[in-house]
Design a protein around this ligand. Structure first.
Ligand SMILES: Cc1cc2nc3c(=O)[nH]c(=O)nc-3n(C[C@H](O)[C@H](O)[C@H](O)COP(=O)(O)OP(=O)(O)OC[C@H]3O[C@@H](n4cnc5c(N)ncnc54)[C@H](O)[C@@H]3O)c2cc1C
Length: 312
């Protein structure tokens, strides 16, 4: 980043720019070093300008949602972190036809707000996502989900801003969703293609509000029982292997539940959750990850792959 670029960003985004902002403040794991420039953007015009400028100047950028699936290294991140949490909060019903209801949800909305909206409107299809933290944008990009469903089951179309600053709509047929992965035909993943998701259209169905509410209460109650939701984590740390035991079960069978390195620990409640005991560093989590990977590989011959996005 040269001085002229930094000057332009500060002039264009004013008080919404912070140099050296600790990423630990923006990740649910509560770790991560400073961002080169941390820019909160809340509208598409600003996002278009910033992405295009980064592209022209060859500056790296990273799109931040709720930070609930991120492990940022202690050394921090060079370039620009674009925080999308303050904008793109609109939600509305954009079509209601043949029993299907299309809800347009801004990428900066909390996924939980969308789940609640759907229940209030008597719409079924979003309850699978109850209890998943983070933003709509992050949920699309991670194809977030559970055994009851994934974002890819409900996303009908999205709006994106490309790295050159053009606003484009992408239909369902142009989107590829697989287990915790997402890409757009011709562009690749947001990370490799360098685009930001600003809106998603979700196809839901009419349902019974009372039944949806009862189901929601049960899903959230179950999460409290099986997940350490009161602790700082990034959800499941590893992807489940394509067959056989789940990552959590393998870690548990390896006797690693409760293992700690520095301030990072394998949760006693759910072995695929790594939790921050209060004073963890990103290096603690990385070392814990490596120890768990080595032990599981030695015992079962299975290479666990992180589900959390490791950056910096
Ligand atoms: C307690 C807990 C429970 C969890 N349970 C689940 C679960 O049941 N199922 C599940 O799938 N996940 C779960 N997670 C993980 C996490 O909540 C999801 O992956 C979530 O969808 C991430 O959204 P986010 O907004 O926080 O994304 P971030 O963590 O901010 O970012 C994740 C990735 O998406 C990219 N990104 C974010 N927003 C955009 C955007 N608008 N445009 C382009 N790229 C973007 C980022 O660059 C990054 O690569 C859990 C996490 C926690 C802490």
């Amino acid at each position: 980043m040269n001085d002229a670029f930094i000057k332009w960003v500060k002039k264009r985004f004013g008080p919404n720019v912070k140099a050296g902002e600790p990423m630990s403040r923006h990740t649910t794991l509560g770790v991560g070093g400073p961002a080169g420039l941390f820019v909160s953007v809340d509208n598409t015009e600003g996002l278009r300008e910033l992405l295009a400028r980064c592209n022209d100047e060859g500056v790296d950028f990273f799109i931040l949602g709720g930070g609930s699936n991120l492990l940022v290294r202690d050394g921090g991140m060079d370039g620009v972190v674009i925080d999308m949490k303050k904008g793109w909060k609109e939600i509305s019903i954009s079509a209601d036809r043949d029993g299907e209801v299309v809800v347009a949800a801004g990428a900066g909305l909390w996924l939980q707000a969308v789940c609640r909206y759907a229940i209030e409107q008597g719409l079924s299809g979003m309850n699978f996502a109850l209890g998943i933290p983070g933003s709509v944008g992050g949920a699309v990009v991670m194809n977030a989900g559970t055994s009851s469903g994934n974002m890819g089951d409900v996303v009908d179309a999205i709006e994106i801003v490309t790295r050159t600053g053009s606003v484009e709509k992408k239909k369902r047929s142009e989107l590829d969703f697989s287990y915790r992965r997402f890409s757009v035909k011709g562009l690749g993943s947001p990370e490799s293609g360098g685009f930001a998701v600003t809106m998603a259209k979700l196809v839901l169905k009419h349902g019974d509000r009372g039944a949806l509410r009862d189901e929601a209460n049960e899903i959230l109650r179950r999460r409290l029982v099986v997940q350490p939701v009161d602790k700082s984590s990034a959800g499941c740390f590893f992807r489940n292997p394509s067959q056989g035991e789940s990552a959590g079960r393998l870690i548990e069978m390896a006797g690693l539940k409760g293992m700690t390195i520095g301030g990072a620990a394998v949760s006693e409640k759910h072995a695929n959750f790594f939790v921050n005991r209060g004073d963890a560093t990103a290096s603690d989590f990385i070392r814990l990850m490596e120890v768990v990977q080595d032990r599981v590989s030695d015992l079962f011959g299975i290479d666990l792959e992180p589900e959390v996005i490791i950056v910096g």
